[in-house]
Design a protein around this ligand. Structure first.
Ligand code: PMP
Length: 429
């Protein structure tokens, strides 16, 4: 793979932050050095002057995670831009277990799998888009999609092309049709502006709840090979897939090293700790880390240590058992929201059964623009929902859709909300 052809001028121009680099090199020397070594090098503040002296978190199984003495100094200190080593190595094992990426043993500059930890996967995605999109570049995605992606992508000035999709995700035939504007060899000619990447949310998509099937992924991956574009797999709802076996990820089929995968602990451990991780070819992950060296420096050390300690206490099995408990909760919520929708909205609206995640994407029949209904009239009736237009590239275009989240409400609240909504729709028709 010729990775450099995908990079923006800004990303290509990024160089190592010399202080960060030297600091990381010195940490290595210090860890192996005799006691006589004197270091006047670090620019880190002296942690003895930090006021926090100990902290303990109680975990639901009664275990605690405790930081004191040297650990608390480390938890409140700067750390490596790609992430703390013990969490990185744990995550590498997890990715190999879950996805078994073909690239694990590739040479470093030929697509070898690498991981970096970011401040939530939003941070990793935002840096990925800045790494790849120059004004006028073609990028493929499937609407409706997560507004956080649109916010990060739109200002970069790419030509965003919507690929048709249905309740099973992107439709490969639709993608083929779009790609037929180019010849496969056009990717060698930058003036032809062949697509640089396809971005998709493969499981429990925000906002539709739809999931892409394994067979479609295989067809899409083959098209990526033929037309030589990257795939950005934004998968925050991976650990909230309701039915097993889970469809194979794009990362698991990545024989070329063309997939950048975004994962996060936001939906299963904590969204406020802001810890996510990007997995992909080393040459591209390194660019994200260089960006981090110039911006946030690293994801919060305390957050990373908390998660790392918990994962080491639990082990892979314990983590996956927690994931299963979380899935049980969201699956029950999904079934409750569907029951409430069936009871009150049948005949008035349409929806698909979400396969993962926390959202129901609802189309109101006979109302072409839900904006006013959702933003004004629904609030007057004491229901908060998200109008659909914000999930499209052109957010000014009308849509009959809106998003209902089922993560935080009780069965009674769902029932009451849809009863009120049904009444409102009837009044508005
Ligand atoms: N991608 C999608 C599709 C999301 O729904 C979200 C969170 N709502 C994110 C990325 C960002 O997640 P994080 O909290 O890891 O930054």
């Amino acid at each position: 793979m010729n990775y450099s052809r995908f990079l923006t001028a800004t990303s290509k121009a990024r160089r190592r932050n010399p202080i960060r680099h030297t600091g990381e090199k010195h940490m290595n020397i210090i860890s192996r050095a005799p006691k006589t070594l004197i270091s006047l090098a670090p620019g880190s503040p002296n942690p003895n002057m930090f006021p926090f002296k100990s902290v303990a978190f109680t975990v639901e199984n009664g275990n605690t995670i405790q930081f004191e003495d040297e650990m608390i100094k480390r938890a409140f200190q700067y750390s490596s831009s790609n992430g703390i080593p013990e969490l990185l190595s744990w995550l590498k094992k997890l990715q190999i277990k879950l996805h078994d990426p073909p690239t694990v043993h590739y040479p470093p500059n030929e697509g070898q799998m690498d991981i970096c930890i970011t401040s939530g996967c939003q941070d990793g995605l935002c840096k990925t888009f800045e790494m790849l999109i120059s004004p006028g570049d073609t990028v493929l995605l499937n609407e409706p999609l997560y507004p956080g992606t649109l916010c990060a992508m739109k200002p970069l000035g790419g030509n965003m092309i919507n690929v048709p999709s249905d309740e099973h995700g992107i439709i490969p035939e639709g993608l083929k049709k779009i790609l037929s504007r180019w010849k496969p060899e056009d990717s060698k000619d930058p003036t032809k502006k062949t697509p640089k990447f396809l971005y998709t949310i493969p499981n429990g998509s925000n906002p539709t709840g739809n999931s892409l099937t394994g067979d479609r992924k295989k067809e899409i991956y083959e098209l990526a090979r033929k037309y030589d574009f990257l795939i950005i797999e934004d998968d925050p709802y991976y650990f909230l897939q309701f039915d097993k076996p889970w469809a194979p990820s794009f990362l698991s089929m990545d024989v070329d090293g063309r997939v950048i995968r975004a994962d996060t602990f936001s939906k299963v451990l904590s969204s406020g700790l802001r810890v996510g991780f990007m997995t992909g070819p080393k040459c591209l992950i390194e660019r994200i880390v260089l960006h981090t060296q110039a911006s946030t420096l690293h994801a919060c050390t305390l957050s990373q240590l908390m998660i790392s300690q918990l994962l080491h206490q639990w082990g892979e099995e314990g983590f996956l058992a927690h994931v299963d408990r979380t899935i049980d909760f969201y699956k029950t919520q999904r079934d409750l929201v569907l029951a409430a929708a069936d009871k009150w909205l049948s005949g008035l609206a349409e929806w698909h059964v979400p396969k993962a995640g926390m959202f129901l994407w609802i189309k109101i029949k006979g109302i072409s623009d839900t904006k006013e209904l959702i933003e004004k009239k629904a609030i007057e009736k004491q229901i908060l929902l998200v109008p659909g237009n914000g999930f499209y590239i052109d957010s000014s275009a009308p849509t009959s859709f809106f998003r209902a989240s089922f993560s935080m409400v009780t069965a009674e609240q769902m029932d009451m909300a849809f009863q009120r909504l049904a009444q409102l729709i009837k009044e508005s028709l």
